[in-house]
Design a protein around this ligand. Structure first.
Ligand SMILES: CC(=O)N[C@@H]([C@@H](O)[C@H](O)[C@H](O)CO)[C@@H](O)CC(=O)C(=O)O
Length: 331
């Protein structure tokens, strides 16, 4: 099957679903959100209704509306809009896949069903195949996130011969820390033009070494610009600069001076997930993301106050030059 679209590569922001204080979806800020990603973060690909977007906590009707809003507002601004259409019900998943095709999305992604689970590769493939068939003109991505789905079938095993079963298969979104599995996926599919999109932001540099062609993640909503600089350094083979970005932005040593100023490590100590992502994105972008939906809880006041103080101390919107390995602005 020939797709007219160019290969999905580079950074893909896993979008947040903005909500009002009373838990309804706040469609009114999505246009502004698109502009923020493109202009402030240099990110032109998005992944909608995934984990960060609380896709599985939305009704089917809400998922359709959210997808539609992103496609509409992203028209002529974004390069690719990928819609996550995974669901426990095959029927719902197919409906969402068909809908994504109708509204002009650029691709669909599906996680493994996670309540009544597929226990073998063949069963999982059968499920994915049925969903993909509902949108036969759209590129299909498998979203591998075993820690959340509990489906531990190795991605490398799943990819073996996948085009025979799912002709629209275009790539893998790999949200797991098993870099051996990821590396094998890349290595064993060198003949194919698949996209290998890594989903553990703090480990992206290692995944680039293993052959990642792009990345999907929550932090690219507000760390897109910085991470693009890391991708550029990697591309230029300036590995020490690339490492500097990854280490400074995501995981400096606990003992180092930088620890106090590091972004993700600092926040992960306070507890980091979708709720905290919403709070940080609101602070950094100025666009209200609102609370998450139950069963998630709003980030605590303690977290938000502490995050705000930290962001101010880091002068977060204007990082100093990382070439010096220095992120310690005003702290
Ligand atoms: C479990 C989880 O939410 N993982 C995130 C990461 O971007 C994660 O937030 C980041 O690596 C920080 O830990 C993404 O893989 C999820 C994602 O892409 C999505 O929202 O679908």
């Amino acid at each position: 099957m020939a797709f007219p679209k160019k290969k999905l590569q580079g950074l893909v922001a896993a979008t947040i679903t903005p909500m009002t204080e009373n838990g309804e979806i706040n469609f009114s800020v999505i246009g502004q959100y698109v502009d923020y990603l493109v202009k402030e973060q240099g990110v032109k690909n998005i992944f909608v209704n995934g984990t960060t977007g609380e896709g599985l906590s939305l009704s089917v009707s809400e998922r359709r509306q959210v997808a539609e809003e992103w496609v509409t507002k992203g028209k002529d601004k974004l390069d690719q809009v990928i819609i996550h259409v995974g669901a426990l019900s095959l029927k719902e998943s197919q409906e969402l896949a068909q809908h994504a095709a109708e509204i002009g999305a650029d691709g669909i992604a599906v996680i493994a069903p996670f309540f009544l689970k597929p226990w073998t590769k063949d069963i999982l493939i059968n499920f994915l195949k049925e969903v993909a068939a509902a949108a036969p003109a759209l590129p299909f991505y498998y979203y591998h996130i075993p820690a959340l789905t509990g489906v531990k079938i190795r991605a490398e095993e799943l990819l073996d011969g996948i085009l025979d079963k799912i002709p629209t298969f275009q790539g893998l979104k790999f949200s797991d820390t098993d870099l051996l599995d990821f590396g094998q996926c890349v290595d064993q599919n060198r003949q194919q033009q698949f996209a290998f999109l890594f989903g553990v932001d703090e480990q992206l540099l290692s995944a680039l070494v293993m052959g990642a062609t792009g990345a999907v993640g929550s932090t690219y909503n507000y760390l897109g610009k910085k991470t693009n600089q890391m991708l550029e350094a990697f591309e230029q083979k300036d590995f020490s600069l690339a490492l500097n970005y990854q280490v400074n932005v995501f995981f400096p040593s606990h003992k180092s001076q930088r620890y106090q100023s590091c972004f993700l490590i600092y926040f992960s100590r306070l507890g980091f997930g979708v709720s905290q992502t919403k709070a940080i994105m609101t602070l950094v972008s100025g666009i209200p993301m609102g609370p998450p939906r139950l069963p998630l809880q709003k980030a605590s006041r303690e977290f938000t106050d502490s995050a705000e103080a930290k962001l101010k101390s880091l002068d977060f919107l204007s990082f100093t030059d990382l070439k010096d390995g220095n992120l310690e602005v005003g702290s």
